[in-house]
Write a protein that binds this ligand. Structure first.
Ligand code: AP5
Ligand code: MG
Length: 189
């Protein structure tokens, strides 16, 4: 099993690059953001609680996320070659607990971290906000998401660095150029 964590700030291209990786390598793709937005779309009480967090740029609690991930792994197809985890883990606690979840299944994961200039991130998200309908694609919430990323998500890099499973990728430039960098890295693994 090839488990790839595609990490990076809001707007760094996790979703865009995941689609290209999936197309080329035939892996499963889990975007925890998409999973949560699908729950919101059902109109459930749980969805409403999630929406209140996401629309303000806050993270969903670790225990909720870990429960969802545990279920997801259990329901993977038996012939699954690997998974792109897009936007999970996002805290040190999630990273540690995910490591345990995978260990129990004799698996491991590596992190690919997309590094993009902050000004470009904001521009990308504002542009998408004109059409996305995402409740978090407005300037106030984008700024909050970036703060949360620096405070809560960035520190988890250290965890993967210590495991020698950390790879940073220059996420600036065209979608094709960035994919080519990722592709070279995956091909070498
Ligand atoms: P999530 O949905 O994961 O949002 P995010 O991390 O803020 O990132 P985005 O999806 O906005 O950006 P992306 O990196 O996927 O970039 P994309 O390819 O779309 O999470 C949303 C929320 O859910 C979180 O804030 C949190 O509340 C909650 N959540 C999710 N996971 C959680 C977890 N594990 N724990 C707790 N809470 C969690 O690209 C962005 C835009 O830029 C697009 O329009 C794209 O077309 C464009 N673009 C992409 N690449 C380029 C390029 N090279 N040049 C120009 N434009 C580009
Ligand atoms: Mg995304």
């Amino acid at each position: 099993m090839l488990n790839i964590i595609l990490s990076g700030a809001p707007g760094s291209g996790k979703g865009t690059q995941s689609e290209l990786i999936v197309k080329k390598y035939g892996l499963q793709h889990l975007s925890t953001g998409e999973l949560l937005r699908a729950e919101i779309a059902t109109g459930s009480e749980f969805g409403k609680q999630i929406d209140a967090l996401i629309s303000k740029g806050n993270l969903v609690p670790d225990d909720v996320m870990l429960h969802l991930i545990d279920q997801y792994i259990d329901n993977l197809p038996t012939d699954c070659k690997g998974v792109i985890y897009d936007g999970f883990p996002r805290t040190i606690n999630q990273a540690r607990a995910f490591d345990e979840l995978l260990k129990k299944r004799n698996q491991d994961a590596l992190m690919i971290d997309l590094i993009v200039n902050e000004e470009d991130l904001i521009q990308r998200l504002l542009l998408r906000g004109e059409i996305s309908g995402r409740s978090d694609d407005n300037l106030d919430t984008i700024k909050k998401r970036l703060v949360v990323f620096h405070e809560r998500t960035e520190p988890q890099r250290q965890f993967y660095k210590e495991k020698n499973n950390y790879h940073s990728i220059d996420g600036n430039g065209t979608i094709e150029d960035i994919f080519s960098r990722i592709d070279t890295l995956i091909a070498a693994l």
